[in-house]
Design a protein around this ligand. Structure first.
Ligand code: M6R
Length: 628
């Protein structure tokens, strides 16, 4: 939520900041702005709406300043209007601040500052920050007065925030601080960067340092100094990212979402390479796990229960995970919305593994729920102690600071706001975890494990086949739905979460109302919604619930609904049930979510593209939800 970027060095800052914001725009796009320091003045320019509006305004305002900060906003406090856009300035226009997060005590600070004569121009929480810094600055003549003023200020703020600050009186200093919101520093040759995400930094340097909670840093053209909020200097060194900037380009695809859908076979291959023990053969090596997640034995010792905390698409992946953990490894598993758990956690149970699932590793609700779990278990007797595992696509994220171990889902950066490849990579993590536990607990035979592994290794080719054979067809039928108002998605068993995910993808990118239901629940109420105007997508894969789903689809058809089947059934058979068939290869039911989700992603994408919508940056959304 919101992207911040900062630069100090030897080149004109404006274009570097704009390019950084373009790479962060997925985090929010309600408004954007820049502030640079030149000839003892702050030059600030802001625009409502997407970055392109800021770019058009910039044409007349470009300057050669070599220091600056930028922001792209996802509105929390105050409407998405220019007067609420960042950077925010103090009354004398000497201090400019960009923030990602929420200052929870801003009302209190605002009243205090107002009583001292400060006047505010925006509705935001952020505006108190430059005012407070200016207030502290006015009482100091020290050489490092700017740094001290920011330090005093961050100690007054509560909430989750990451900030970058420049001051007209200190043109060689960029001060940044982090408390529960992401902030990464980049180290170039005589130039330094800060950003909410490494994507904005990798085109310039791969030497990065992730700031930790309660840290504040001073960036000058000579280097970077990191301190804690108390002011103690910390010795920190950057690490080298093995990222290739090219992966953050569209590479000929019209949208990132489509490119990321097409990357899925490669993502599955990466996961197989990373986590399958390639020398495991049923006959030769029955005595070690086929899975190599590197988890410590105490994670599985005496394990009685698993609880999974997640939001959105990660929550859907977790529901598939629950099915796998219960059916393969026999471990009772519950899945909770992190946003609910944090205020009403389930009673503490013994020998419980908690799994936080978040592709970004920055979702505020998920992090807070995991912190809650950690806190409430600390100091309890051994069997109640927290064991926390994270499943994320961003091992360098804040999640890593909370959990004991991480599974890196290896999907590569995902830019489209709608999660696609990170979802299938989370499913892969759950297949591996369930098989690992199943192997250790001997809940299924080695032959069954071998069969599932074989099935997993066939997935990349099968996903490729769906992409090749279905995309054109889905694109063709998409135009028939461009005026549709409501959709229903049905699935049962392990494909019920896929119905939820299909509906979420469609809602997010096409703004069409869609609901996912367990197919058997339709008759208990939602069937009343059906008529010829409400298409029903039914996921019908051979297995335990195949006939049941087909019956449920027939019931919908009898109410005049148009039925779109996602199935491996042959065309002839399908034509008597479905009006449209989105065909997927035949597969073991337990592996089928890996295939059934693909046509649903394509359907959502093509309907949205046909409606002419901004698929990669849907309205009101942001890629990582770093506010509550
Ligand atoms: O980064 P996370 O996986 O924690 O994100 C959770 C949700 O915000 C996210 O899945 C959201 O629902 C996506 N936009 C789904 O496409």
């Amino acid at each position: 939520m919101c992207g911040i970027v900062g630069y100090i060095g030897t080149q004109p800052a404006t274009e570097i900041l704009m390019a950084g914001l373009e790479r962060l725009e997925y985090r929010g796009y309600d408004s954007a702005g820049l502030a640079t320091v030149l000839e003892g003045k702050i030059h600030c320019i802001r625009a409502k709406g997407k970055l392109k509006n800021l770019r058009s305004k910039l044409a007349e305002a470009i300057n050669p300043s070599q220091i600056g900060i930028g922001h792209t906003r996802w509105a929390t406090h105050g409407k998405p209007e220019e007067y609420n856009a960042h950077p925010h300035l103090d009354m004398t226009r000497r201090v400019a601040v960009v923030q990602n997060g929420i200052v929870e005590n801003y009302q209190e600070l605002r009243s205090e500052l107002k009583s001292k004569g400060h006047e505010f121009l925006s509705d935001t929480d952020t505006e108190v920050i430059p005012h407070l810094i200016a207030e502290y600055l006015s009482t100091t003549t020290e050489l490092d007065g700017f740094f001290k003023a920011v330090q005093q200020t961050v100690n007054r703020l509560s909430g989750a925030f990451a900030i970058a600050v420049v001051c007209a009186d200190y043109p060689d200093e960029l001060i940044v601080a982090r408390q529960q919101a992401p902030l990464v520093l980049g180290f170039g040759q005589g130039e330094f960067f800060c950003a909410s995400d490494v994507t904005a930094i990798v085109p310039h340097t791969r030497a990065v340092l992730t700031l930790e909670n309660g840290e504040i840093a001073k960036l000058t053209p000579l280097g970077v100094e990191v301190y804690n909020f108390k002011g103690d200097r910390l010795r920190k060194a950057p690490r080298t990212l093995d990222w290739n900037p090219i992966i953050v380009e569209k590479q000929g695809f019209r949208h990132f979402m489509l490119k990321e859908i097409y990357e899925q076979p490669g993502v599955v291959r990466n996961c197989l390479e990373a986590y399958l023990n390639s020398n495991w053969h049923l006959e030769d090596h029955p005595n070690f796990s086929p899975i190599n997640l590197g988890l410590p034995p105490q994670f599985s010792e005496n394990l009685e229960q698993i609880q999974i905390l997640a939001c959105g698409t990660s929550w859907h992946a977790s529901l598939v995970g629950k099915y796998l953990l219960e059916q393969l490894a026999g471990i009772p598993t519950m899945v909770q919305y992190a946003s609910e758990f944090r205020y009403a956690p389930a009673p503490i149970t013994a020998n419980t593994l908690t799994i936080g699932v978040t592709q970004s590793g920055e979702t505020a609700d998920t992090l807070a729920a995991l912190e809650t779990e950690k806190q409430r278990r600390s100091g309890l007797e051994a069997k109640f102690q927290a064991r926390i595992l994270g499943i994320t696509n961003r091992p360098e994220s804040s999640l890593g600071q909370i959990v004991d171990r991480l599974i890196d889902t290896q999907a590569g950066i995902e830019i489209g706001v709608a999660a696609t490849k990170t979802f299938v990579s989370q499913l892969m993590a759950f297949y591996f975890l369930s098989l690992d536990f199943a192997y250790a607990r001997q809940t299924i035979t080695q032959e069954k494990i071998a069969a599932i592994i074989k099935g997993l290794s066939q997935l990349p080719a099968q996903i490729e086949l769906i992409l090749e054979s279905q995309e054109r067809y889905i694109e063709e039928i998409a135009h028939e739905f461009s005026e549709t108002k409501d959709f229903i998605f049905l699935g049962r068993g392990i494909n019920f979460p896929i119905a939820l995910e299909g509906a979420l993808k469609l809602k997010e990118v096409s703004y069409i109302h869609a609901e996912g239901y367990p197919a058997g629940e339709m008759k208990h109420g939602p069937i009343a919604l059906l008529d010829a105007k409400v298409p029903v997508v039914a996921i019908a894969m051979p297995g335990d619930v195949y006939e049941k789903v087909i019956s449920n689809a027939q019931e919908a058809k009898a109410r005049d609904a148009r039925i779109i089947g996602v199935s491996s059934m042959n065309k002839n058979e399908a034509s008597s049930i479905f009006d449209n068939l989105l065909s997927v290869p035949a597969i073991e039911e337990i592996l089928s979510p890996m295939l059934t989700v693909i046509p649903l992603q394509l359907l959502a994408y093509h309907i949205a593209a046909r409606r002419g919508l901004d698929v990669d940056q849907p309205r009101n959304l942001a890629k990582s939800v770093t506010v509550e």
